[in-house]
Write a protein that binds this ligand. Sequence first.
Ligand code: URA
Length: 245
Amino acid sequence: MNGNEARWRELGLWPLWVGRNPAAERAETPTHAAQPAPSAPEVPDGVADMDWPELEQQVRHCTRCPLHETRRQAVLGVGDRAARWMFVGEGPGAEEDLRGEPFVGAAGRLLDQMLKALGLDRTSNVYIANVVKCRPPQNRTPTEQECAACMPYLQRQVALIRPSVIVALGKVAAGALLATDSTLGALRGKTHDFSGIPVVVTWHPAYLLRTPADKAKSWEDLCRARRLMASLCTPRDGSGDRAGT
Ligand code: URA
């Protein structure tokens, strides 16, 4: 039993939930690096079968981890629920907690610029979510337990949206999606896999605000993601007509 498995067992989140073989349903299979099976815990309360209204209700009233005690509101996600692009961050900050929408603070404004550079905006063909749906006090990094408790919601969002490409923003998002504690540097530049969906890892916008010199590297990552997206969009499915593809 590995460390993650032991933690999920402790949290009652084992055995793993396995999605409906989305890879087999895709017209083209991306060539991405082999990764261990996606870390998708089975959820005893039926999250894995929920539709959007049920998921919204569940997240709004969630008490699965202590973050619910200090949140103003849970923040599920924002954007197009039929999007081909999905961006995943860490967790809501103060502004997100207040407004109920992910990435609306300073980091969010940078994310909007990153989306714009890709020909995207948060209202169309993009869905934005976080690993944890409730703000960690003082904007601290969410704990592994908090991430594990919230992962079923992200898994359900991914299963409902079925994006073509996921961009993991920062170490927490990459670590949770890929069940790894590798450094961001080690994860960048490769295509990973979450439930059969290719994942590209890049720096978190909040990090880029502090370290603008790394914006160029982040742009390289986004360009990789865009090439990957283009390779997944066949002319037949019409999605090449949509922005950012
Ligand atoms: N705002 C979010 O919604 N997520 C983050 O990871 C950071 C800021």
